[in-house]
Write a protein that binds this ligand. Structure first.
Ligand code: ZN
Length: 365
């Protein structure tokens, strides 16, 4: 099946010509033909999705993932990590047990546990009542159901080192977030194997001239990946440009989306927290930001509108998040790769979305 595109983004570079897909796999690129203004890019990979399309993943049954998944596919996401914020232990364990195991579309890469080992000083919207200091026994119980691929924690907390080591032994990516880590504490964490940061700048010790904190260290250590929310609210435009200048090629866009994303305004749950979606990002009763209603295609449009080149904006939503998880089978478009593809037009509107070669979404003109 030819996709009918003018070009494709292959390994970060635009290759002129059409793309051929057979049996769910990309067979060839650079073929004659195609429609002007249509470009195939890898399906988007979102490492932080709390909910979508009216579904809050912390309370979702397996069938709810079908509804949320369809809504995510419409925004170009073909692989993601359902993300569970800080909650009662039993709630998190139940949520992990409800994760679909096989064949979900979009692909479920594993769960991202955001908490409960977070800094009491940087909780944001996470419920204080369920925050815990790092605890190996609790960690074991949270890992027991399986499926955890990333954990966000505050590495400066007492006992965090042992938790980080255990997570790395289990192959779980450790991200520093909701943290008050100083520069030295951040260096220690990255030396230990923490490889990325959760929503850089948000819920984090701020950068100051003589106290650069974890932000300064993450931006200047070239092996550290940074993740950030570009919804036009969580970060000023200049902050996004600064991060891009410092961390280009190791920066992943995340949506931090909630149940209100692609579902209109109203009252929703984010775990145990009630949130209101009106104009702007969702807020808790006291006005604290509570995730977003951002979609990944809008995040890409937002950074591209700030002057970030198209190839780099797409890379931050595809290849980089895949690298953070050490996945070589998603976030790529090349012969031999699974056909997880978004076809966009020259206005960055989505025309088609394929997941494993199956045409799942076609734009309604
Ligand atoms: Zn957060």
């Amino acid at each position: 099946m030819r996709l009918g595109v003018e070009a494709a983004l292959v390994r970060g570079e635009l290759v002129a010509g059409d793309v051929d897909v057979e049996d769910g796999v990309v067979v060839d690129v650079g073929l004659a033909g195609g429609t002007r203004g249509r470009i195939a890019v890898p399906g988007f990979v979102d490492l932080q999705v709390n909910g979508f399309g009216g579904v809050d993943f912390l309370a979702a049954a397996t069938e709810d993932y079908v509804r949320a998944g369809e809504a995510l596919l419409h925004t170009g996401v073909t692989a993601y990590q359902p993300t569970f914020i800080t909650a009662a232990e039993s709630t998190i364990v139940d949520a992990l047990r409800a994760l679909p195991v096989n064949g979900a579309r979009p692909r479920i890469l594993g769960a991202h546990l955001e908490g409960p080992f977070l800094s009491p000083e940087r909780l944001g919207t996470h419920p204080q009542a369920h925050r815990r200091d790092p605890d190996l026994d609790l960690l074991e119980r949270l890992l027991e159901p399986g499926g955890v691929t990333e954990m966000t924690l505050a590495p400066e907390l007492p006992g965090a080192g042992a938790v980080i080591r255990r997570l790395l032994e289990r192959g779980v990516v450790v991200s520093a977030g909701h943290t008050n880590a100083t520069a030295q504490e951040a260096h220690d964490a990255f030396d230990l194997g923490v490889s990325t940061t959760t929503h850089l700048f948000n819920a984090m010790r701020p950068f100051r001239s003589r106290d650069p904190g974890i932000v300064g260290v993450a931006l200047t250590r070239r092996e550290v990946f940074v993740q950030m929310i570009v919804d036009g609210h969580h970060l000023a435009d200049e902050t996004v440009r600064l991060v891009w200048a410092a961390a280009e090629g190791r920066l992943a866009l995340v949506t931090d989306a909630t149940a209100g994303a692609s579902n209109g305004g109203g009252i929703y749950q984010l775990g145990e927290v009630e949130i209101e979606v009106a104009d702007g990002p969702p807020t808790r009763e006291d006005g604290v930001f509570a995730g977003t209603v951002l979609t990944m295609i809008d995040a890409i449009r937002n950074v591209h509108a700030l002057g970030i080149p198209f190839e780099d904006a797409i890379g931050a939503a595809t290849a980089v998040p895949a690298r953070i998880l050490g996945r070589t089978d998603v976030g790529v478009l090349e012969p031999g790769a699974a056909a997880d593809i978004v076809v966009i037009d020259d206005r960055l509107d989505i025309v088609h979305v394929l997941c494993a070669g199956e045409e799942r979404v076609v734009a309604r003109d």
